[in-house]
Write a protein that binds this ligand. Structure first.
Ligand SMILES: NC(=O)c1ccc[n+]([C@@H]2O[C@H](COP(=O)([O-])OP(=O)(O)OC[C@H]3O[C@@H](n4cnc5c(N)ncnc54)[C@H](OP(=O)(O)O)[C@@H]3O)[C@@H](O)[C@H]2O)c1
Length: 161
Protein backbone atom coordinates (compact mmCIF):
# COMPACT_ATOMS: atom_id res chain seq x y z
CA UNK A 1 0.00 0.00 0.00
CA UNK A 2 1.37 3.40 -0.98
CA UNK A 3 1.32 6.26 1.56
CA UNK A 4 1.18 9.79 0.14
CA UNK A 5 1.02 12.97 2.19
CA UNK A 6 -0.69 16.20 1.28
CA UNK A 7 -0.29 19.48 3.17
CA UNK A 8 -0.37 23.23 2.72
CA UNK A 9 2.29 25.05 4.72
CA UNK A 10 2.89 28.75 5.26
CA UNK A 11 6.41 30.07 4.70
CA UNK A 12 6.99 30.11 8.46
CA UNK A 13 6.00 26.44 8.79
CA UNK A 14 2.48 26.97 10.15
CA UNK A 15 -0.30 24.61 9.03
CA UNK A 16 -2.99 25.52 11.54
CA UNK A 17 -4.20 27.84 14.27
CA UNK A 18 -6.24 25.95 16.84
CA UNK A 19 -8.61 23.93 14.68
CA UNK A 20 -8.50 26.33 11.73
CA UNK A 21 -6.31 26.86 8.71
CA UNK A 22 -5.24 30.50 9.03
CA UNK A 23 -5.52 31.55 5.37
CA UNK A 24 -7.92 31.48 2.46
CA UNK A 25 -6.18 31.00 -0.86
CA UNK A 26 -8.39 30.92 -3.94
CA UNK A 27 -7.82 27.76 -5.96
CA UNK A 28 -5.43 26.00 -3.60
CA UNK A 29 -8.06 23.64 -2.18
CA UNK A 30 -8.76 22.35 -5.70
CA UNK A 31 -5.46 20.50 -5.67
CA UNK A 32 -6.46 18.69 -2.48
CA UNK A 33 -9.92 17.94 -3.80
CA UNK A 34 -8.62 16.59 -7.10
CA UNK A 35 -5.85 14.47 -5.62
CA UNK A 36 -8.00 12.92 -2.89
CA UNK A 37 -11.13 12.22 -4.93
CA UNK A 38 -12.44 8.75 -3.99
CA UNK A 39 -9.34 8.08 -1.87
CA UNK A 40 -8.84 7.00 1.73
CA UNK A 41 -7.52 9.79 3.97
CA UNK A 42 -5.89 9.21 7.33
CA UNK A 43 -6.52 12.16 9.65
CA UNK A 44 -6.27 13.07 13.31
CA UNK A 45 -9.45 13.47 15.29
CA UNK A 46 -8.93 17.26 15.50
CA UNK A 47 -8.54 17.65 11.75
CA UNK A 48 -11.66 15.58 11.15
CA UNK A 49 -13.56 17.73 13.66
CA UNK A 50 -12.34 20.82 11.85
CA UNK A 51 -12.70 19.89 8.17
CA UNK A 52 -15.65 17.53 8.52
CA UNK A 53 -16.41 14.92 5.92
CA UNK A 54 -15.98 15.95 2.31
CA UNK A 55 -18.10 13.98 -0.14
CA UNK A 56 -16.34 11.31 -2.22
CA UNK A 57 -13.59 10.72 0.34
CA UNK A 58 -13.15 7.96 2.89
CA UNK A 59 -11.70 8.66 6.31
CA UNK A 60 -9.61 6.72 8.78
CA UNK A 61 -9.75 8.93 11.88
CA UNK A 62 -7.15 8.49 14.63
CA UNK A 63 -8.18 9.03 18.24
CA UNK A 64 -7.08 7.60 21.58
CA UNK A 65 -10.77 7.29 22.50
CA UNK A 66 -13.15 4.70 21.09
CA UNK A 67 -15.67 6.16 18.63
CA UNK A 68 -18.62 4.59 16.84
CA UNK A 69 -19.36 5.33 13.21
CA UNK A 70 -22.46 4.39 11.26
CA UNK A 71 -20.91 5.71 8.07
CA UNK A 72 -19.03 3.08 6.03
CA UNK A 73 -16.79 5.88 4.72
CA UNK A 74 -15.63 6.90 8.21
CA UNK A 75 -13.69 4.49 10.40
CA UNK A 76 -12.03 5.24 13.74
CA UNK A 77 -8.78 3.68 14.94
CA UNK A 78 -6.90 4.09 18.22
CA UNK A 79 -3.49 4.16 16.51
CA UNK A 80 -1.98 4.83 13.09
CA UNK A 81 -0.59 1.27 13.14
CA UNK A 82 -4.07 -0.23 13.54
CA UNK A 83 -5.42 2.05 10.83
CA UNK A 84 -2.70 1.13 8.32
CA UNK A 85 -3.03 -2.56 9.16
CA UNK A 86 -6.72 -2.44 8.27
CA UNK A 87 -6.42 -0.06 5.31
CA UNK A 88 -3.92 -2.28 3.56
CA UNK A 89 -6.60 -4.98 3.37
CA UNK A 90 -9.02 -2.66 1.54
CA UNK A 91 -6.98 -0.18 -0.54
CA UNK A 92 -3.61 0.25 -2.19
CA UNK A 93 -3.26 4.01 -1.57
CA UNK A 94 -3.80 6.28 1.44
CA UNK A 95 -3.35 10.05 1.76
CA UNK A 96 -1.93 11.28 5.06
CA UNK A 97 -3.97 14.46 5.43
CA UNK A 98 -3.04 15.97 8.80
CA UNK A 99 -2.98 17.56 11.14
CA UNK A 100 0.34 18.23 12.80
CA UNK A 101 0.37 15.16 15.07
CA UNK A 102 -0.54 12.78 12.26
CA UNK A 103 1.97 14.30 9.83
CA UNK A 104 4.71 13.94 12.45
CA UNK A 105 3.88 10.29 13.11
CA UNK A 106 3.57 9.20 9.48
CA UNK A 107 6.09 11.36 7.62
CA UNK A 108 8.83 8.73 8.14
CA UNK A 109 6.68 6.20 6.26
CA UNK A 110 5.36 8.20 3.31
CA UNK A 111 6.62 7.68 -0.22
CA UNK A 112 5.29 10.87 -1.89
CA UNK A 113 4.73 14.35 -0.46
CA UNK A 114 2.39 16.86 -2.11
CA UNK A 115 3.24 20.21 -0.56
CA UNK A 116 1.68 23.60 -1.23
CA UNK A 117 3.78 26.42 0.16
CA UNK A 118 1.64 29.46 0.90
CA UNK A 119 3.84 32.48 0.33
CA UNK A 120 2.99 34.30 3.53
CA UNK A 121 4.01 34.24 7.18
CA UNK A 122 0.93 33.61 9.31
CA UNK A 123 0.12 33.40 13.01
CA UNK A 124 -0.68 29.91 14.27
CA UNK A 125 0.34 27.15 16.65
CA UNK A 126 0.42 23.95 14.57
CA UNK A 127 3.57 23.33 12.54
CA UNK A 128 4.50 20.98 9.73
CA UNK A 129 7.38 18.74 10.80
CA UNK A 130 10.80 19.20 9.20
CA UNK A 131 11.06 17.52 5.82
CA UNK A 132 13.40 14.59 6.35
CA UNK A 133 16.41 13.92 4.15
CA UNK A 134 15.98 11.34 1.41
CA UNK A 135 13.31 13.08 -0.67
CA UNK A 136 13.82 14.61 -4.12
CA UNK A 137 11.75 17.35 -5.73
CA UNK A 138 10.13 15.86 -8.85
CA UNK A 139 7.55 18.54 -9.74
CA UNK A 140 7.00 22.22 -9.08
CA UNK A 141 4.29 24.64 -10.22
CA UNK A 142 3.89 28.23 -9.08
CA UNK A 143 0.40 29.73 -8.84
CA UNK A 144 -0.69 33.37 -8.62
CA UNK A 145 -3.71 33.99 -6.41
CA UNK A 146 -4.86 36.35 -3.67
CA UNK A 147 -1.87 34.80 -1.86
CA UNK A 148 0.63 33.20 -4.24
CA UNK A 149 1.50 29.56 -3.61
CA UNK A 150 3.80 26.89 -4.99
CA UNK A 151 2.80 23.26 -5.38
CA UNK A 152 5.63 20.73 -5.17
CA UNK A 153 5.83 16.97 -5.27
CA UNK A 154 8.66 15.19 -3.45
CA UNK A 155 9.42 11.53 -3.99
CA UNK A 156 11.33 9.35 -1.53
CA UNK A 157 14.66 8.31 -3.02
CA UNK A 158 14.83 4.60 -3.68
CA UNK A 159 17.10 2.80 -1.22
CA UNK A 160 19.48 1.65 -3.98
CA UNK A 161 20.08 5.16 -5.43
N1 LIG B 1 -2.56 23.13 6.27
C1 LIG B 1 -2.90 21.87 6.08
O1 LIG B 1 -2.62 21.25 5.04
C2 LIG B 1 -3.66 21.16 7.15
C3 LIG B 1 -4.16 19.86 6.93
C4 LIG B 1 -4.86 19.22 7.96
C5 LIG B 1 -5.03 19.88 9.17
N2 LIG B 1 -4.54 21.12 9.34
C6 LIG B 1 -4.68 21.83 10.64
O2 LIG B 1 -3.99 21.08 11.63
C7 LIG B 1 -4.58 21.37 12.91
C8 LIG B 1 -4.89 20.06 13.61
O3 LIG B 1 -3.66 19.39 13.86
P1 LIG B 1 -3.31 18.84 15.32
O4 LIG B 1 -1.88 18.40 15.32
O5 LIG B 1 -3.75 19.81 16.35
O6 LIG B 1 -4.32 17.61 15.46
P2 LIG B 1 -4.55 16.28 14.56
O7 LIG B 1 -3.22 15.71 14.16
O8 LIG B 1 -5.53 16.57 13.49
O9 LIG B 1 -5.29 15.35 15.59
C9 LIG B 1 -4.72 15.12 16.88
C10 LIG B 1 -5.50 14.03 17.54
O10 LIG B 1 -5.17 12.77 16.96
C11 LIG B 1 -5.24 11.77 17.96
N3 LIG B 1 -3.91 11.18 18.16
C12 LIG B 1 -2.71 11.79 18.06
N4 LIG B 1 -1.72 10.92 18.35
C13 LIG B 1 -2.32 9.74 18.61
C14 LIG B 1 -1.83 8.46 18.96
N5 LIG B 1 -0.49 8.21 19.10
N6 LIG B 1 -2.71 7.45 19.16
C15 LIG B 1 -4.05 7.67 19.01
N7 LIG B 1 -4.57 8.88 18.69
C16 LIG B 1 -3.71 9.90 18.49
C17 LIG B 1 -5.71 12.45 19.24
O11 LIG B 1 -7.13 12.40 19.23
P3 LIG B 1 -7.97 12.34 20.62
O12 LIG B 1 -7.74 13.66 21.27
O13 LIG B 1 -9.38 12.10 20.18
O14 LIG B 1 -7.40 11.19 21.41
C18 LIG B 1 -5.21 13.87 19.02
O15 LIG B 1 -5.90 14.83 19.80
C19 LIG B 1 -5.82 22.20 12.61
O16 LIG B 1 -5.48 23.57 12.77
C20 LIG B 1 -6.09 21.93 11.15
O17 LIG B 1 -6.80 22.98 10.52
C21 LIG B 1 -3.86 21.77 8.37
Amino acid sequence: MKLSLMAAVAENGIIGCGLDIPWQVKGEQLLFKAMTFNQWLIVGRKTFASMGKLPNRKYAVISRSQHQSNDPDVMYFTSTEKALEHLQTITDHVFVSGGGEIYKMLLPQVETIHLSTIHKNVAGDIYFPELPAGFSLVFEQKFSSNIDYTYQIFQRDSSDS
